[in-house]
Design a binder for this molecule. Structure first.
Ligand SMILES: Cc1cc2nc3c(=O)[nH]c(=O)nc-3n(C[C@H](O)[C@H](O)[C@H](O)COP(=O)(O)OP(=O)(O)OC[C@H]3O[C@@H](n4cnc5c(N)ncnc54)[C@H](O)[C@@H]3O)c2cc1C
Ligand code: SF4
Ligand code: SF4
Length: 1017
């Protein structure tokens, strides 16, 4: 499986000498560009990350000179393999992404191809305009990629596809010439020549075009040869003129390389209302679509029962999807249709909503509509709908929903019969389809579950052939949205017949005589089921290895019809589940986001595929399947190589992907696997040991008179900081946490008398007892947080037990130090065995409390969530589960107690604004709501959550000399600017390292929530 291609050194040297951007020819970098969101994989010959248009121009000239194929790439989110190929892949998304012009008067914008749709729309928003091709991947999809695929959004019934919204394209041809593709009547030069050639072909073939061209809005197959005699339901131009740019739209990088694109903007609708129609029968839903579109909606989108159920079983989506149901307690509807009306004022929209309700009554479905006027509710529901594919793709096991007939488009009057017949085809082939998406235009997404490693290819062909028959019967388009790529290229001739296919070939040759642009797409396509092109071909094999953590929950297979999952550990993974967990990444690119939530902080600052969750998952997959460089190291341990280190280096273990990756790729745990193996190979550095063993030596340091003060000199004497940087790699530009001589442990009498209770004793009296875990950071460096927490809990009437090992514990539990530890610092250094020892002692101590239902409270999120996360996959069984269930942050506990009326606080009013920064692990476990709720107990506090990703400190990461720059860049993305804007605010941050980043970055003290609350007692 190893890709042996060697990029000619002479050409690499030429390119490197003449471009500002980076050229990669190694296997790992090529491997990260070998896939898109399809089932295919083809290694590029090399990858270029251009810095600007000049770089692309140079690369195209060199490629033409040496006859090297070229593949332009945006976000790489295509579903059909069109972004994979043995070519020089040029990634526009890194830097070739400027907005060149926004003309508000003409409502037009000119942009470079690598610009992401959402970024353009964010820029346009203040002017009340938007680019309305609203693809679900709007946060990742680039304008160049959208034009390449002729992408279509949920609202295409109102706005059309890309082809209806692109006004002009300036593009390089394979010979390096630049063509201005725009209105044919005004065209000149090479664009005019090519346009005239295509016009003559179109005229000759007019009868064939009339006969064979599907008459639906959603047809994206082949090239748009019909621009001279449009066949689409919606004219390509408002005045029926011919625009040559439309020839390039949908050409999938095979005709020309887009340099810039001129776009038609639309007024941003000021008002929207939604009517969610609940159906007891899927067939009725499909039948209704043709009637619903007559009401003039801006969208009619389907979500079927399976998807509703999947969304209901996902904590992130449950509440939202239930807002769409007439009765969440009743049986789930077989389908819902989201019918949206939009316009300049609300009153007419409400009338349209009323019309919808009446129409459904006329159709015999009275009271089936949930009216949704609230914009937030609507927005949240659209997010669930947009996550449709990703929700489906979270299925564990080797069988996956495969896209190849996922976007056939049929006229609406046939939609019900088509979907029913296709469902029967799936049943016949032992599979099942989940349906969702664009009912308004007859394009429903459906992916049968196939196992491409086993019998998937044969079933794929059989299903495709029968689906094609249905498309023909109902006069539809086989390729209706996502493009042709590798999975539908061979169906172009089926759709259009031999004459038109030959004409498409002639167009290709006219534009690109050597066929260098994205070969094998649209023209001369391979067979869709050629397993040599598969990411998981039948000979795909994993190098056996025994992971440090328990991954058996991923080591399963699924039933393609019921989607039932086999028992953990039965999936046959030679890496005991780790490989299958990595393979959950389907390359959808959702981690390439910059605004909402957290994932993936290292990509946000580098825009580099290798510092992205997807890049990491691909690298791990390639390593574990022996597809990277094979040397003694990779053969003995594929995860311990430098190639894997390179991608893991900037992963800050924020755990955001665990929650935000739609398929649950948990890179933070995978990093533990990597670190354990890599450090075993290269050994631990002094810095690793200093960080990892901190919980062991902290009690000794703080107990030795004078030592804390001596160590704190490091923050005051620059020479010591420099020396320490040289010796350990801890950056001199960072202040270190300040050692305290006075800690909680100093007064053992009080500790023993007041804060040491057996589980039963703790429950005596009113039963208001809690365990408060004193972690190393709060105990030895920020004792005031612990004291504040104790004060709060005591004020509210709780008896507190603070875990402390006894002499016996230390004898019985080898490895247990003077204080308990959750093992976090050891995990961060890849010392899994040591972490296990620490956790074992702590869990043994906590278990009897947890068993009695006593809450175990923590202050430091990264320590507390170790008990709820890693501890569950480290072989502790029921003990860890029981403790994990009781473990919670202080605020989670207090909010629940307040709500239950078991405690109350009389707090003074706030005199300053309150800003809140959530620790990544709080966000990953959806534990920020209690933080805000508890802060609202302070009268007039009105806490404001800072929309921030990772603060960039991430444990020891931000202290490391080689990472300090990236760390600061992460903080400057949104966190620090937001704090600077409110100079007099309290800044609340539960994470120790977050507080340090804030202190270092804006010279402001951030406080733990316990402290702000205690200050208002
Ligand atoms: C979860 C999910 C949901 C999706 N939802 C939708 C949807 O709602 N609607 C929809 O239409 N699609 C959808 N897609 C498919 C895909 O996201 C879109 O087609 C998207 O527009 C592709 O953008 P990209 O930047 O990732 O392009 P890429 O995949 O990188 O490229 C797409 C094509 O354009 C070509 N190209 C890129 N740049 C240039 C250039 N400068 N010059 C010439 N050719 C170029 C490429 O060679 C390739 O053939 C979805 C995909 C996923 C994974
Ligand atoms: S890591 Fe997750 S979010 Fe990123 S591409 Fe893979 S599946 Fe999508
Ligand atoms: S843990 Fe955080 S930094 Fe690492 S891959 Fe996941 S989102 Fe990115």
């Amino acid at each position: 499986m190893l890709n042996n291609y060697v990029f000619p050194a002479e050409i690499a040297t030429r390119l490197r000498k003449n471009v500002k951007g980076a050229l990669f020819t190694d296997l790992a970098n090529r491997g990260r560009y070998a896939t898109d969101a399809s089932i295919y994989q083809q290694f590029p010959v090399a990858v270029l990350i251009p810095q600007d248009a000049e770089d692309v121009k140079t690369a195209l000239a060199v490629a033409a000179e040496f006859a090297i194929p070229v593949l332009p790439r945006g976000g790489g989110t295509s579903q059909c393999g069109q972004t994979t190929g043995a070519a020089l892949v040029i990634d526009n998304s890194h830097a070739f992404r400027n907005i060149l012009e926004i003309d508000l008067n003409r409502a037009e914008a000119e942009v470079e191809p690598g610009l992401v749709l959402d970024h353009l729309n964010a820029k346009l928003k203040p002017s009340g305009l938007w680019f309305p091709v609203d693809v679900s991947t709007g946060a990742q999809a680039t304008i160049g990629g959208m034009a390449g695929n002729n992408s279509c959004g949920s609202r295409s019934i109102a706005y059309g596809n890309m082809v209806h919204n692109v006004l002009g394209i300036e593009a390089w041809l394979a010979n390096g010439k630049v063509g201005q593709f725009g209105p044919y009547a005004q065209s000149t030069g090479v664009a005019k020549e090519l346009g005239t050639f295509v016009k003559s072909l179109a005229e000759q073939l007019q009868p064939e075009i009339e006969a064979n061209w599907p008459k639906v809005l959603r047809r994206v197959a082949g090239y748009n040869l019909d621009i001279f005699h449009p066949q689409s339901e919606l004219p390509y131009t408002s005045d029926s003129s011919v625009n040559l740019a439309h020839l390039l739209v949908g050409s999938e990088g095979t005709l020309a390389y887009f340099k810039s694109l001129r776009l038609k903007l639309a007024p941003l609708p000021q008002h929207k209302v939604l009517g969610v129609v609940n159906f007891k029968s899927f067939y009725r839903a499909m039948e209704s679509a043709q009637h619903l579109v007559k009401l003039g909606p801006s969208a009619v989108e389907l979500v079927d029962r399976t998807m509703i159920d999947l969304a209901r079983s996902n904590p992130s989506f449950k509440q939202v999807i239930e807002t769409a149901l007439i009765d969440p307690q009743a049986i789930t509807p077989e389908a819902i249709l989201l019918v949206e009306f939009s316009g300049e004022s609300q009153a007419p929209l409400l009338a349209q909503l009323q019309n919808l309700q009446e129409l459904m009554g006329d159709l015999g479905l009275a009271n089936s509509v949930v009216p949704m006027i609230d914009t937030n509710l609507q927005k949240n529901l659209w997010e669930v709908r947009k996550a449709g594919l990703n929700i489906m793709m979270s299925l564990k096991g080797d069988g996956k929903p495969v896209s190849f007939i996922e976007d056939c488009a049929v006229p609406l009057e046939h939609l019900a019969d088509y979907t029913q017949a296709l469902t029967e085809v799936f049943t016949k082939h032992g599979s099942r389809g989940t349906w969702y998406a664009h009912a308004s235009v007859g394009t429903l997404h459906v992916r049968p579950i196939l196992d491409m490693r086993r019998d998937g290819a044969a079933k794929m062909r059989a299903v495709a052939e029968e689906a094609a028959e249905l498309v023909r019967r109902y006069k539809g388009a086989y390729s209706g949205e996502h493009g042709d790529g590798l999975c539908r290229g061979e169906w172009i001739s089926w759709q259009f017949g031999p004459k038109i296919t030959a004409a498409l070939g002639a167009i290709k040759t006219a534009f690109d005589p050597q066929h260098l642009f994205n070969p094998g797409k649209i023209i001369d396509p391979p067979k869709m089921d050629d397993s040599i092109l598969f990411r998981y071909p039948p000979n795909y094999a994993i190098i056996p290895l025994k992971p440090a953590l328990d991954w058996s929950a991923w080591d399963v297979q699924n039933n393609p019809v019921t989607e039932a999952i086999s028992a953990p550990g039965t999936g046959g993974d030679p890496a005991l589940g780790l490989a299958k967990a990595i393979e959950m990444c389907n390359n959808n690119g959702h981690c390439r986001k910059f605004d909402a939530e957290v994932m993936c902080p290292s990509y946000r600052v580098t825009r580099d595929e290798k510092h992205l969750t997807r890049g990491r998952a691909n690298t791990l997959r390639l390593a574990m399947s022996g597809q990277l460089e094979q040397d003694a190291i990779s053969l003995s341990d594929p995860l311990a190589t430098d190639a894997v280190k390179e991608v893991m280096d900037l992963c800050v273990s924020c755990k955001a992907c665990r929650r935000e990756c739609p398929t649950g790729v948990d890179m933070a745990k995978m990093k533990i696997e990597f670190l354990q193996r890599y450090k075993k190979r290269v050994g631990h550095s002094v810095r690793d040991l200093l960080v990892a063993h901190l919980p062991r030596y902290a009690p000794i340091v703080s107990a030795l008179p004078g030592l804390p003060a001596l160590l704190n000199l490091r923050n005051q004497v620059p020479f010591i900081a420099k020396l320490l940087q040289w010796l350990t790699g801890i950056s001199a530009a960072r202040s270190l946490p300040v050692w305290r001589a006075k800690t909680l442990w100093k007064n053992q009498t009080i500790l023993q008398e007041k804060y040491t209770h057996s589980p039963d004793a703790l429950l005596q009296g009113e039963g208001k007892g809690v365990v408060l875990f004193a972690d190393t950071f709060n105990a030895y460096f920020e004792n005031e947080n612990l004291q504040a927490a104790i004060r709060l809990l005591e004020t509210a009437g709780y008896r507190i037990h603070i875990p402390q090992p006894t002499k016996e514990t230390r004898t019985e539990q080898p490895g247990c130090g003077k204080q308990f530890c959750c093992g976090r610092t050891y995990l961060a250094a890849g010392m899994v065995n040591e972490a296990q020892e620490q956790l074992s002692a702590l869990l043994t101590h906590l278990h009897p409390y947890a068993e009695r239902g006593i809450a175990i409270l923590g202050l430091e999120p990264s320590c507390l969530f170790t008990l709820k996360d890693e501890a569950l996959v480290m072989g502790f069984g029921e003990q860890a589960i029981t403790v994990g269930q009781q473990a919670q942050l202080l605020e989670t506990f207090l909010v629940a107690e307040l709500k239950a009326g078991r405690c109350q606080f009389n707090l003074k009013a706030a005199t300053k604004p309150v800003l809140v920064h959530g620790h990544c692990h709080q966000k990953a476990f959806a534990a920020l709501t209690p933080t805000l709720e508890l802060l609202k107990q302070i009268p007039q506090a009105n806490p404001q959550l800072i929309e921030s990703s990772c603060c960039g400190m991430a444990g020891s990461f931000g202290y490391e000399v080689e990472h300090i720059t990236v760390s600061k860049q992460m903080a400057e993305l949104s966190l620090l600017p937001a704090i600077r804007k409110v100079p007099n605010a309290w800044v609340v941050a539960d994470g120790t390292s977050c507080r340090h980043q804030i202190q270092d970055g804006v010279n402001r003290e951030a406080v733990h929530i316990a402290r702000i609350l205690a200050a208002h007692l």
